[in-house]
Design a protein around this ligand. Structure first.
Ligand SMILES: *Cc1c(COP(=O)(O)O)cnc(C)c1O
Length: 368
């Protein structure tokens, strides 16, 4: 029987093994383990790639969101709007800064339901966090119009969207601040934790640089209460190697998505993830089906690993359930029972995708 992993990091590592070893060796040879040229190079390279003035490496994507919100001076009773169908880290930065999290439902394509945002804006609203979930982007023009109309900051959670494009501009180039994660499984992943914040404003940039490095620019001169959340130098050296491959890897993901879509589009039981406005980078390939749990089991039985992103909406998570007691978000809740993430990574072969689709279609021949 075939065995198809949901994610296989080893395959990709083997291809770039020598380059990675050399880059890590250089960090050891230079004995510059904290910051140094590798972090600097990566920050410059990633700013250029994303199309922004500044990039600041940080410890991970969760820290990126927390620091980004702090850098905009959002705190206490300030309100921040985001979508109910996201990874918990999107929300933690709001909560950690003691601001109030305001959730909005998702639309039919897993993006924030833009029509529901306006009625949630109050005099205390300071920012909107858009999540480019699964590597797709929402209608950024509409979001930017809203932010301008109500004088709100725009924060992009780009943890799943390195390289995604909306109207010729990359994810991360729209927001006042945008946050990236380099968790190993992301489109651009380190071999450990890593994250970054992008921005265009020099004052925000300098503020973020201080916050991530103990509140100081000059060693031992601490101007503000900062923290230690620097991008690890070894991870930066790895990311410098991998960034060169990102566009090629994303292209592979797009080809895989095209093949999945082609092989599944005739199956009336399946709702595919449409992309109407952006050029997505398919961090995940998510389908919607009524028989989610049964299909998941059937695929597992046939050697195919799948995932669910995410099984519990933010307002139902134990850590947030009290805060959002009694609230419902219909699409988000329905989706959480119907979504299934199929195997997706650049090194996947056409044969493997064909096998997955054959089994999915067979499941429906048997059960329906
Ligand atoms: C992965 C992820 C994060 C957090 O990144 P970490 O580096 O794991 O802390 C934030 N938001 C979204 C949408 C993510 O997928």
């Amino acid at each position: 029987m075939k065995s198809i992993k949901f994610l296989d990091l080893n395959n990709q590592y083997k291809i770039i093994q020598n380059e990675i070893s050399n880059s890590i060796q250089k960090v050891f040879d230079n004995s510059s383990y904290i910051m140094g040229p590798d972090v600097n190079d990566f920050e410059n390279n990633f700013a250029k790639y994303t199309g922004v003035n500044y990039c600041i490496g940080v410890g991970n994507g969760t820290d990126a969101l927390e620091i980004a919100i702090q850098s905009l001076n959002i705190k206490n009773d300030d309100e921040v709007i985001t979508q109910a169908n996201t990874f918990v880290a999107t929300c933690l930065g709001v909560t950690y800064n003691n601001a109030k999290l305001v959730l909005v439902d998702s639309d039919d394509n897993f993006m924030i339901k833009i029509d529901d945002i306006e009625k949630n804006i109050t005099s205390k609203t300071k920012a909107i966090i858009v999540v480019h979930l699964y590597g797709h982007m929402c209608d950024m023009d509409k979001i930017i119009t809203l932010c301008k109309k109500y004088n709100l900051y725009l924060i992009e959670d780009c943890a799943q969207a390195h390289g995604a494009i909306y109207k010729n501009k990359k994810a991360g180039s729209f927001g006042d601040v945008s946050c990236f994660s380099f968790y190993p499984g992301k489109n651009l992943g380190a071999y450990g934790d890593g994250g970054a914040i992008c921005c265009n404003d020099v004052n925000i940039y300098e503020n973020i640089k201080k916050i991530r490095n103990l509140g100081s620019v000059t060693k031992y001169y601490h101007e503000i209460i900062g923290r230690n959340s620097r991008l690890d130098t070894i991870q930066a050296s790895i990311l410098n190697v991998k960034l060169k491959y990102l566009d090629g890897w994303n292209k592979k993901r797009q080809e895989h998505a095209n093949l999945y879509n082609e092989l599944l589009c005739d199956n009336v039981n399946i709702t595919l993830h449409k992309n109407n406005v952006s050029e997505p980078v398919w961090h995940l390939f998510v389908i919607r089906i009524k028989e989610r749990n049964e299909l998941k089991k059937y695929l597992e039985f046939n050697g195919i690993q799948t995932g669910v992103h995410y099984p519990i909406p933010i307002h139902k998570l134990e850590c947030y359930s009290k805060e959002f007691e009694g609230m419902t978000f219909e699409n988000t809740e329905n989706d959480s029972n119907e979504i299934l993430s199929l195997p997706m990574y650049p090194e996947l072969s056409s044969e493997e995708i064909e096998y997955v689709c054959e089994k999915i279609n067979k499941f429906y021949d048997i059960t329906i």
